[in-house]
Design a protein around this ligand. Structure first.
Ligand SMILES: O=C(O)CCC(=O)C(=O)O
Ligand SMILES: [Fe+2]
Length: 584
């Protein structure tokens, strides 16, 4: 039997990464697993934390992730039915910055730290939570990484003990206070899924059930502490003069008392549900971002295709129902409560013209152009709006888009974001964009390369119709002759958005124009964080509302060099953005 202890030889405190060659393969695939943190967060309502290992809501922990950086005396015993971990953050950690990854040293945890406080509340109120592990959790006795199980859901546990310890840090010789939590398997859910009939690598004699040892009574602070170690009981209340002392001295080596490691009987009537709810009642455009739990292989997947759920591991899939949604369903939505149409920051130097009314000719009605002039000749932004009469054309385009996307003719997908790892090292696996897109014409960097683009003359009708409307309106609104050879379609579900960026593709022409369809959105502009605007405060300088049928034109390369923009829709929305990208 091996009780895997974090401070055994070779398990040097903290920095040990899993020695996967020494571990056997899992006897069966985990019932719930994922390849990325995003897949976990988009599927499991008990773990929505992209950073950190403790997910809590209203001061109650829902999910706890066991990962790298084990501490002394972290433990996985009784076949994983008792797990001891040093929860609550502030441990050694790699943080990312533009300068690269740096090791941040551990700090004292206190009971007012939000995650320690929440864990203590679960402990006091006897609330179960879900434990997850990643493939860097050294104490798990099987090799997770070999089969691509980056994250696995272990099961439901309750906290049987909580106490504080002194722990030496990795980066210097001082000690920090760490809270330790003993998580015990909730028997009501059956046996752990990783157990073979013969038992796992570990094979302690069956644990004795029932705790008999009395607590340690501190004569200085008068509080009780559990007797955790074989050597002696001691006060485990930080702040007490007797904390972490045996006979007045700091203990040198400690081992768990066998009594302390006994499993305690406890039953729970209500346990959290582990598998995500199947979104089969949803339609393509109404989901915020739910994923898909494959019952064939256990993998959680993000929804990366518009028209169906697909398992990112075994490609099992299921079509998603669709129905046409109309722009009028979204008219009542307000993208922000702070203003109705636009807001320009006082010190931005941006000026706005009086709106011009322009005849679109051929009895097609009138359009209104409002121009915003950016300071220092950086360019102009035009917002073109039309009345409800001219909206028949864009209503049809909106419907066409929905039909062609839902039958798979317009291949809308969520593509991986680039260079995320450097700045967010905690995010493991691929991170997909928070919107669906399709590119027609010249390849565009945000959707990968040529393989993900269709030539403009083969683009689905809806894309060509959108481009046609954009061209006609831009020609009337902007003096210089516009030319476009690329259209990026972005489709957003409720709660999705396009984060701050600039359209700074190499060889980009001076005019970028987009047609908005569906729910209204707010578009913010701010100075670029790098380049020419580096020394400017990074505040929002202008915000506009983009409504169904509006065309927004960014005129001049300076707009992209000096500013970046974000678009945040209120609900389902599609935008077609046309650009010129120099083919060479
Ligand atoms: O959704 C939009 O209106 C704009 C999208 C955008 O900024 C882009 O495609 O670069
Ligand atoms: Fe953009």
């Amino acid at each position: 039997m091996r009780v895997l202890l974090a401070d055994e030889p070779g398990f040097h405190e903290g920095l040990v990464q899993a020695d996967s060659t020494a571990k056997p393969q899992l006897p069966r695939s985990p019932p719930i697993w994922a390849g990325s943190r995003q897949e976990i967060c988009e599927n499991l309502e008990y773990f929505r934390s992209y950073q950190g290992g403790v997910y809590f809501k209203n001061d109650i922990v829902r999910g706890y992730l066991l990962g790298a950086f084990a501490a002394s005396r972290d433990l996985f015993c009784h076949d994983g039915k008792l797990i001891i971990s040093h929860g609550g953050g502030k441990s050694e950690n790699f943080v990312g910055s533009k300068e690269g990854r740096q090791l941040r040293s551990a700090q004292d945890q206190t009971t007012s730290d939000t995650s320690v406080r929440a864990l203590l509340r679960n402990y006091k109120e006897g609330r179960p939570l879900v434990l997850l592990a990643d493939d860097q959790y050294t104490l798990f006795p099987y090799d997770l990484s070999a089969s691509g199980y980056t994250y696995v859901v272990l099961g439901i546990y309750w906290i049987s003990h909580a106490w504080a310890e002194c722990q030496p840090t990795l980066t210097n010789s001082t000690c920090v206070i760490r809270w330790k939590f003993a998580f015990q398997w909730c028997e009501d859910q059956g046996s752990p899924w990783w157990l073979t009939p013969e038992g796992v690598v570990a094979s302690l004699p069956e644990p004795l059930v029932g705790k008999t040892d009395p607590d340690f009574h501190c004569t200085q602070c008068l509080w009780e502490s559990p007797v955790v170690y074989k050597q002696s009981g001691m006060c485990l209340i930080p702040g007490c003069a007797g904390f972490w002392k045996i006979n007045g001295k700091e203990p040198e080596s400690l081992e768990y008392s066998v009594e302390f490691l006994r499993l305690q009987p406890r039953t729970f009537e209500i346990l959290p549900t582990l598998t995500p709810a199947a979104g089969t009642h949803q339609i393509t455009s109404s989901l915020s971002c739910p994923g898909w739990h494959c019952t064939d292989c256990g993998r959680l997947s993000s929804r990366f295709k518009w028209e169906c759920w697909e398992c990112a591991h075994c490609q099992a899939n299921q079509p998603i129902k669709w129905e046409i949604r109309h722009a009028k369903d979204f008219w009542h939505l307000r993208p922000t409560n702070y203003f109705t149409d636009l807001r320009i920051a006082r010190k931005s130097g941006i000026t706005k013209s009086l709106p011009d009314v322009i005849d679109m000719g051929g009895g097609r009605g009138f359009m209104t152009r409002q121009t915003f002039v950016l300071p220092s000749d950086r360019g102009k932004i035009h917002l073109i709006t039309t009345g409800p009469l001219s909206n028949r054309e864009v209503d049809e385009i909106f419907q066409g888009y929905q039909k062609q996307a839902s039958c798979g003719e317009l291949k809308l997908q969520r593509y991986p974001l680039r260079s995320v790892r450097l700045f967010h090292p905690a995010i493991r696996g691929t991170l997909l964009a928070n919107y669906f897109s399709q590119n027609s014409g010249e390849p565009y960097k945000y959707v990968g390369e040529t393989a993900n683009s269709v030539p403009l003359d083969e683009a689905p009708n809806c894309v060509q119709a959108a481009l046609d409307v954009i061209k006609k309106r831009v020609d009337l609104a902007v003096k210089q002759k516009s030319q476009f050879n690329e259209v990026l379609t972005a489709a957003y579900l409720a709660h999705q958005k396009m984060s701050f960026h600039s359209d700074d593709e190499k060889g980009l022409g001076p005019i970028v124009a987009s047609l908005s369809l569906g729910s209204p959105a707010v578009m913010h502009f701010r100075h670029h964080t790098s380049g020419a605007g580096q020394n400017q405060p990074n505040e929002i300088v202008m915000s506009l509302i983009l409504r169904h049928g509006n065309v927004l034109v960014m005129e001049g390369c300076g707009v992209q060099i000096h500013y970046e923009h974000t678009v945040i829709p209120t609900d389902f929305r599609i935008a077609a953005t046309a650009r010129w990208i120099n083919p060479s």
